[in-house]
Design a protein around this ligand. Structure first.
Ligand code: ADP
Ligand code: MG
Length: 380
């Protein structure tokens, strides 16, 4: 066990790194944050900061010298950097787990090989186009870059073989082409798994996306007990097959006939799990600290139905936040702003959680608060 007072390191200082740091500090740990952006939100609450690249050997040596254990806030930290740290320090999740999740080709191939159902897909390696016979059943489809995509970035709708060929002209990158599914719903599960294989699962969240970005999550998902158990047991099994240690998030699609597909994995806490801060005994960030430090997992018990709404940069104007009075005055809404200086369209600037008597009531409230924020911005 790594006891409070020790320094924990986190690679990545965005909102997830910020919330990890706050949880770690509350438990008495000291924090070192690494991020190439000097304005990264987590620097505001870190004990030590390194502004630098995750691939820089000097940065990594400094982290290995200073921290007892290291985690990451996002999947795009180079796996070789984690592998380097692993030789000297505790790293959770492992370089192998992060390596699988940071590359859609590896991730989807892993899922398929392990017998988990994914949307039908084909791999396009180094710009090479598969034969029309392989492509045809996947159209209309969504082309996704194998690396670095998030919040719908690095994705393109593809309607025909000709369109596919035109898109790939002159490109040398690697992609996954997935059939576009007729979605009945989107769900996610966050879990924590410790070094002994003990696993703690949070309830299933139901997610509404807008333009490929999470808009609202409601918990517990309004689905049958048996579907909820299926989702949870698939998530648990994926963590076992990865021999995962840390906090893992699994996104699901539900299609016609209650067919369940695994969409993608995130080797870290998840945006749809922010509700755990306000509505569970312990948050996803508390669990991240506990697994990293080798402490027992905490309870994931849900204390109240709830919903989370994302506040995107679209609501900001000239760097000033939208009118937040209605949200702030709401008796059961709690606001989080991440302190990001530059608002951009689609950038996650903050979120809020609403507690209510039921998930659908909470979801309704969250959506109406977001609608009123959008319309008050349009009126400005
Ligand atoms: P990201 O890394 O950007 O979250 P995802 O693969 O999760 O990438 O895609 C973002 C969103 O796009 C999904 O939550 C879903 O709404 C939509 N989407 C992605 N793939 C498919 C698909 N095969 N069929 C239908 N919708 C999809
Ligand atoms: Mg996703």
């Amino acid at each position: 066990m790594i006891l409070p007072g020790a320094v924990l390191g986190v690679l990545g200082g965005g909102q997830l790194g910020l919330m990890f740091s706050l949880a770690a500090r509350r438990m008495g740990y000291r924090i070192m944050v690494v991020d190439p952006d000097p304005d990264a939100p987590a620097f505001a609450v870190s004990d030590r900061r390194i502004v630098g690249s995750y691939a820089d050997p000097d940065v990594l040596s400094e982290v290995a010298r200073s921290c007892e254990a290291v985690t990451t806030e996002f999947e795009n930290v180079p796996a070789p950097s984690l592998a380097f740290l692993e030789k000297i320090r505790t790293v959770r999740p492992s370089s192998r787990s992060v390596g699988t999740c940071q590359d859609r080709i590896l991730e989807k191939t892993f899922l398929r090989d392990q017998g988990f159902e994914t949307a039908p897909f084909a791999v396009l390696l180094d710009g090479k186009l598969p034969s029309p016979d392989i492509l045809r059943p996947l159209l209309p489809g969504i082309l996704k870059s194998s690396r670095e995509g998030y919040d719908g970035k690095g994705q393109w709708g593809i309607g025909s073989i000709e369109e596919m060929a035109r898109f790939m002209e002159g490109r040398t990158g690697s992609y996954v082409l997935e059939r576009k599914l007729d979605l009945k719903g989107e769900f996610s599960v966050v879990l924590a798994r410790d070094q002994n294989g003990e696993t703690a699962l949070y309830p299933v969240a139901e997610n509404i996306h807008a333009s490929g970005i999470l808009h609202v999550s409601a918990v517990p998902a309004d689905i049958s007990g048996s579907l909820s158990e299926r989702i949870s047991s698939v998530a648990r099994e994926i963590a076992e097959r990865l021999d995962y240690k840390g906090v893992l998030s699994v996104e699901f699609f539900l299609a016609e006939g209650d067919r369940l597909y695994v969409n993608e994995l995130a080797p870290r806490p998840h945006n749809s799990g922010h509700y755990t801060i306000d509505a569970c005994v312990a948050s996803q960030f508390d669990q991240q600290v506990r697994v990293l430090a080798g402490l027992p997992l905490a309870s994931t018990r849900l204390l109240s139905p709830c919903a989370m709404g994302n506040l995107l940069g679209d609501l900001w104007q000239d760097r000033s936040p939208p009118p937040l009075r209605t949200l702030l005055k709401h008796p059961s809404a709690k606001l989080y702003l991440y302190g990001k200086k530059v608002p951009r369209t689609g950038r996650k600037m903050g979120h809020f959680t609403v507690l209510a008597g039921s998930a659908s009531e909470a979801s309704q409230k969250a959506r109406s608060l977001l609608d009123s924020l959008s319309s008050s911005c349009e009126g400005r």
